[in-house]
Ligand binder design. Sequence first.
Ligand code: F6P
Length: 344
Amino acid sequence: MARIGMLTGGGDCPGLNAVIRAVVRKGLMDGHTVFGYHYGWAGVLAAEGRELTQASTNGILPRGGTILGSSRTNPFSEGGPGIDGVRAGLERHGVDVLVPIGGEDTLGVAARLAEAGIPVVGVPKTIDNDLKGTDYTFGFQTAVQIATDAIDRLHTTAESHNRVMVLEVMGRHAGFIAAHAGMAGGGDVILVPERPFGIEEVCGHLRRRHALGHTFSIVVVSEGATLKEGSLSTAGAGQIDAFGHERLGGIAVTLEREIEERTGYETRMTILGHVQRGGTPTAFDRVLATRFGVAAAEAVTAGSSGVMVALHGTDIVQVPISEALGEPKTLDDKFFADAAVFFG
Ligand code: F6P
């Protein structure tokens, strides 16, 4: 029987609480105990957290965010305490196996710990769906639904005012949210990080739509999309804010300005931002998160280490954590072509 230490690292996303609940319930059923570290690796290093029980995880299934809190602390970052700091945090609470729930950074730490002999079972998480090794991550589908709702709402106001509406959605390295929501909401232009775009191509397309009789257009853009022309300023993009985070909004600001100036069509932008990460998960994400949590507890019971649970097709499997690391997963060409096929 193991003492599981669980943590949530990186940006939060809907479904984290469903994973926590499933790990606790299945873990307790299998005879384990579960300690929840607060605020990701920061909690491990400070040895701070609390015992997780059936009672303390009641009612959290539909709740967004994470009851454990999250942070982007990395024990291996420059000046960090490294593996000794992690070992101390585990020993303090008698933890003998870790279940970190997180993205590339969190899982990168997990892989290093596993290599050093600390038992680890990872759970992949990102709203952007750009982690390799799994077909989908929980939270992504919720974000797509929120972005689709926003596109639907923008359609009615765009139509009333004959405007071009630019919607910026999350996706630093990959355009999964933009392509899926753009397809579901009928976006007229979809711009993603995988394909740098020309501003004149976009404007040309909008002019053709107007020539065909359309009086408004919806442009869906990933926050990480870039212009082919290096000369245009994308004010805000890539700038680091007071907390050391990259600012959202650069590309939407640029598109609003350039489209209006070049076409003469009145243009407005909306930055959806962290609304996409908040609130209750969809049923799909609750199911996926619960299956991941159950599978993680089962992997602990089986004595697995250095693995992460993953979705392959409709099956939950275990893959080496290393599969999730390195370059992000990017949009499939055919999927993007399908999303764009109705433009016009
Ligand atoms: O990686 C997930 C993500 O939501 C990105 O889409 C976004 O760029 C980033 O996190 C925002 O991070 P933060 O919440 O730290 O500002």
